[in-house]
Design a protein around this ligand. Structure first.
Ligand code: PMP
Length: 405
């Protein structure tokens, strides 16, 4: 991969040249979704203008090449995660992948009295599917608490609450409010000692680390393409093949069957049995193109760049009176903060007038907000295309906003 070069990176993202409210855009909301490099935009365009056809159906040439590219993309994702291609299931996103695990794996394996250990810092997408399946099966959700001072998981509580009743442990790789990186290696190892299945929500983690899921040993790992420079509407479920093979389908329809008759239906093997209906072929191919692009990035250099931006951001914000950074995680891509007596959305609106896109609110993490005893935060989330100059402009804009408020 090439050495990290911020100018070269930025030049590949046309949307970074946008003007918002008469100001050059400063995009600080990459944890919500990343901007897209030109090669990903071209990929979508090329697919629809030069190769659109349904996959795994019919025998004409276009469907053949579309199917080959679709399955090659599965291998690209599998190689990226260091797993076999039949362990990769296409979904609409992380949310759908987590619901698939809940409704297929958990619904058939949980009994009354079984426990699902879910961390308090989870995005709603890694809480609500467990609540739905707990209701259906009589299983119980056990909360894995967050230390409100450090915004990290309370690992003593984890070991206390991990018992022979625990059947599933669901935690995020990296949290979306503070950027906390959980000790997933330790969590997976401890969970496996009591034969609990681990579900790692990689929606935020996937873009900051190169992964080897075979070595990590997670049973399930999920992410969305749109936070990894790919389009929205495509996501990935990784599952250990022996788990996927034993799981029943959850959506019925075309493509996921070998033979349908009114007497009974024979399903395809996994992963196909989980992919009912026409898939997002363009999204799948564009995700593979995003990963090819991402594989060429010097990720260590990029992460050092992000960490140095995040440090300057933290130092700048620390000078602002009455501003409190929530659960600062050195080296992460996120800074979340509150200002006494000021609603985060009022700050976000004033920043928007300066062309700055930052996120205010609860970040789809009500339980974490409750644990931290804040109604919401203002969140700045950085990516490889942000610059020190943007950080300086942001701090100036914050000072102006604070004078107004
Ligand atoms: N988990 C985490 C940690 C997230 O940040 C998000 C997206 N905000 C999700 C899950 C859900 O992802 P999506 O909405 O793309 O399905």
């Amino acid at each position: 991969s090439q050495l990290f070069n911020i100018d070269l990176i930025r030049s590949q993202f046309p949307s970074l040249d946008l003007v918002v409210n008469d100001k050059p855009l400063i995009y600080f909301d990459s944890a919500a979704t990343t901007q897209k490099p030109q090669c990903v935009i071209d990929s979508l365009n090329q697919y629809y203008s030069g190769g659109n056809a349904n996959v795994h159906r019919g025998s004409h040439s276009l469907t053949g090449s579309s199917t080959r590219r679709f399955e090659a993309a599965r291998r690209t994702v599998a190689d990226f995660l260091c797993v076999n291609h039949d362990a990769i299931v296409w979904t609409k996103g992380a949310t759908e992948a987590l619901n698939l695990i809940a409704q297929s794996y958990a619904r058939t394996n949980l009994s009354p009295g079984d426990e699902i250990l879910v961390s308090e810092m989870e995005h709603h997408a890694n809480i609500v599917p467990w609540q739905l399946v707990a209701e259906q099966t009589g299983a119980k959700i056990v909360k894995l608490p967050v230390d409100p001072e450090t915004c990290t998981l309370d690992m003593d509580a984890f070991y206390q609450r991990l018992t022979e009743r625990t059947k599933i442990v669901a935690v995020c790789h990296i949290n979306n409010v503070t950027g906390t990186r959980n000790p997933i290696e330790e969590i997976i190892e401890a969970s496996h000692r009591i034969c609990a299945v681990t579900v790692i929500d990689g929606a935020q983690g996937i873009v900051h680390e190169r992964l080897d899921l075979t070595r990590l040993g997670a049973d399930f790992y999920t992410f969305s393409g749109h936070k990894l420079f790919a389009p929205a509407g495509i996501g990935v479920l990784y599952g250990k093949p022996q788990l996927l093979d034993a799981m029943p389908p959850w959506h019925g329809g075309g493509k996921m069957v070998e033979k349908v008759s009114f007497e009974g239906t024979q399903f395809s093997q996994s992963p196909t049995k989980f992919e009912a209906g026409t898939p997002n072929v363009a999204g799948v191919i564009a995700l593979a193109d995003a990963i090819h692009w991402f594989n060429n990035i010097d990720l260590i250099g990029a992460e050092q760049h992000i960490a140095s931006l995040q440090k300057s951001l933290y130092q700048g914000l620390s000078q602002i009176p009455d501003l409190r950074v929530v659960g600062y995680q050195p080296g992460s891509s996120i800074v979340s903060f509150v200002i006494d007596g000021v609603h985060p959305s009022d700050i976000a609106t004033l920043l928007d007038q300066q062309g700055i896109a930052a996120r205010s609110g609860h970040h789809c993490a009500h339980p974490m907000m409750d644990a931290l005893n804040v109604p919401g935060t203002l969140r700045v989330s950085l990516a490889i295309y942000n610059t020190q100059q943007e950080i300086s402009q942001f701090i100036e804009a914050m000072e102006i906003a604070c004078d107004i408020l």
